[in-house]
Design a protein around this ligand. Structure first.
Ligand code: ZN
Length: 164
């Protein structure tokens, strides 16, 4: 198999798994919220995945009470979701970016990177399925220019007379 075909195969499976992972995180974030506060000098870096949104915040003690512990944490949001007018999923954040004294926050809907990755994945699969290029191995896309053996030197596939 040529380096090109191998790279393409690795890329398309990585992208496919990435799509599945992202979709799983998106759906799960309706039932489990994930936090990861990390101290950074005087500030805190804070990653949040909740309600289908991915948020990233930088803040200090002026804006938000510092969390009691750091590192990855899961939170059951059922008490919060029982409030009226709080949907399980937010398909768009009301404010993508917010800031105040000692506080900066940005959030994006997770479906945005998911759609982008999905399009990339579909394109990669489409590329992988296209017909072999003339003068290249139909199985592994190896360049067969000047080949006289009648067999692909890379993968051993017999070459039809007109492809060589
Ligand atoms: Zn081949």
């Amino acid at each position: 198999m040529s380096r090109h075909a191998r790279t393409l195969r690795i890329l398309k499976w990585t992208a496919t798994l990435g799509c599945l992972l992202l979709a799983t995180i998106l759906v799960a974030s309706g039932w489990q919220w994930a936090y990861c506060p990390v101290p950074a000098g005087e500030h805190w870096l804070h990653c949040v995945v909740s309600r289908g949104l991915l948020g990233f915040a930088v803040y200090d003690g002026r804006a938000i009470k510092l969390p009691p512990r750091t590192g990855f944490q899961l939170l059951d949001p059922s008490a919060y979701l029982e409030r009226p007018k709080v949907p399980r999923f937010a398909w768009w954040s009301e404010q993508l970016s917010q800031s105040g004294p000692g506080y900066w926050f940005i959030s994006i809907p997770l479906w945005l990177p998911l759609v982008a990755l999905l399009l990339l994945t579909l394109w990669l699969w489409h590329r992988g399925r296209r017909r072999p290029r003339p003068g290249h191995c139909r199985r592994c896309d190896y360049d067969l220019t000047g080949n006289v053996s009648g067999v692909c030197p890379e993968c051993g596939t017999p070459i039809p007379p007109r492809a060589a």
